[in-house]
Design a protein around this ligand. Sequence first.
Ligand code: HEM
Length: 173
Amino acid sequence: MLYEFILIFHNWLRWIICFFLIVTILRSLNGVIKKKDFNKADSFFSGILVGFSHLQLILGFSLYLFLSPFVNLELADFKTTVSNVMMRFWTLEHPTMMILFVILVQASRIIVKRSDDPLKKHKKNLTFMLICVFILIAGSTWPFSKIQRPLFRSSLEKTKIYLETNNNLERLS
Ligand code: HEM
């Protein structure tokens, strides 16, 4: 089913994004410490990070607007959404923080491109990427987060159990 496929894809893409975020941070840190040039490889990795972040944005929006049974966009029911920790997280907190994440990843690339001093490029990139790490930790699901989700999802099983126990299976069928 489409929901399951997109959710698994969205979950695994998070790890790909984490990988390129770490690579970008390490390269910029190395660039600052060793005063290296901001070379083609640096630009390549930050470009890949931007690309995957945009793909994640598209997957996120498809879950948000069409597929996820955890998102409640009906204004009439907004009170219920805000008072429910799980629904508030998926309807408001996660999308807001993740959109900010993608904006910062993109902004960093534009700002770094405009700057002509290699050291400044690395410093600016490093600053943006470190802020992105904090946003990713706060806005996504981890073993220490208030909302628990599988680290590596392979099926819809656990989410299905949650929905079944909350009589909210209609949008899954
Ligand atoms: C870099 C950006 C993003 C990352 C790293 C990310 C990460 C995640 C992760 C790890 C999950 C849990 C997946 C699971 O249960 O296995 C998730 C779920 C979700 N994400 Fe994102 N996300 C991002 C962007 C977005 C955006 C921009 C939106 C909406 C506009 C969005 C909407 C959702 C929704 C609605 C769910 C819950 C789906 C459900 O369980 O029914 N995400 N996201």
